[in-house]
Design a protein around this ligand. Structure first.
Ligand code: SF4
Length: 223
């Protein structure tokens, strides 16, 4: 499986294998793609031999009062933009820094909340994301907030990997596993999406297995 280049449009392997953490991937080949990530619903599709569902809308949406809607939007959209400024700029990734500084950001399978070299965490803060790794802000259909952050790995062997990253998956595939390199996290996220896993559960499971290994509860043969 490739770890760089554009995401593969095929994202059903986890569901076909009936993984309990398989997602239903949505429009994965586009930047707007996402996942019904939690709950293992990809495994339900897999158990029914259902590979995918294609939907193509051909009709518009009829409005009861188009002028009323237009003037409502005109009145409120400015407020919305002003009050959601940080969400537009950083998406959910804005929470990494504040939560770490509050001591509420679990690291290495919940075994600590601080790293000795604080610069490792600062590299994962929202400002670093925006200045180094942001390829594009993305929005759900017609949403003026555009909180989605489509990122691209810029350095190292993972250069060119691309993925939409959220606060939770940055955490689970990153510091939860002791990984603080944004490039590696983006690449891991791309892989997880290509296989069709729930990114939160996938990273969570790996971090848990790492601690089991460190404690000698599982060994090389098991892993
Ligand atoms: S609709 Fe989509 S883009 Fe808009 S705020 Fe919600 S998650 Fe973000």
């Amino acid at each position: 499986m490739a770890t760089s280049g554009p995401p593969s449009p095929v994202s059903v392997q986890a569901g076909e294998k009936l993984s309990r953490i398989a997602s239903i991937m949505v429009d994965h080949s586009s930047r707007r793609g996402g996942a019904f990530g939690r709950g293992g619903f990809g495994a339900i599709m897999g158990s029914k031999n259902l590979k995918g569902i294609a939907v193509l809308g051909t009709k518009g949406v009829e409005l009861a009062n188009p002028d009323g809607l237009r003037s409502y939007l005109k009145e409120h959209i400015k407020d919305l933009r002003e009050t959601t400024g940080n969400h537009t700029k950083y998406g959910t990734l804005q929470y990494t820094g504040p939560l770490y500084e509050l001591g509420a950001y679990p690291l290495m399978n919940f075994t600590r909340t601080r790293v000795d070299d604080e610069s490792l965490m600062r590299n994962l803060y929202a400002e670093a994301m925006r200045s180094h790794y942001l390829a594009k802000d993305v929005a759900c259909a017609n949403c003026p907030v555009a909180c989605g952050k489509f990122l691209e790995a810029k350095e190292g062997p993972w250069r060119g990997a691309k993925c939409k990253v959220e606060y939770e998956t940055l955490w689970s595939l990153g510091p939860h596993c002791g990984v603080f390199d944004y490039n590696a996290i983006i690449a891991a996220h791309q892989l997880v999406d290509e296989y069709g896993f729930d990114g939160i559960s996938a990273g969570y499971t790996v971090g848990f297995a790492m601690e089991l290994y460190e404690r000698g509860i599982i060994d090389k043969e098991f892993t």
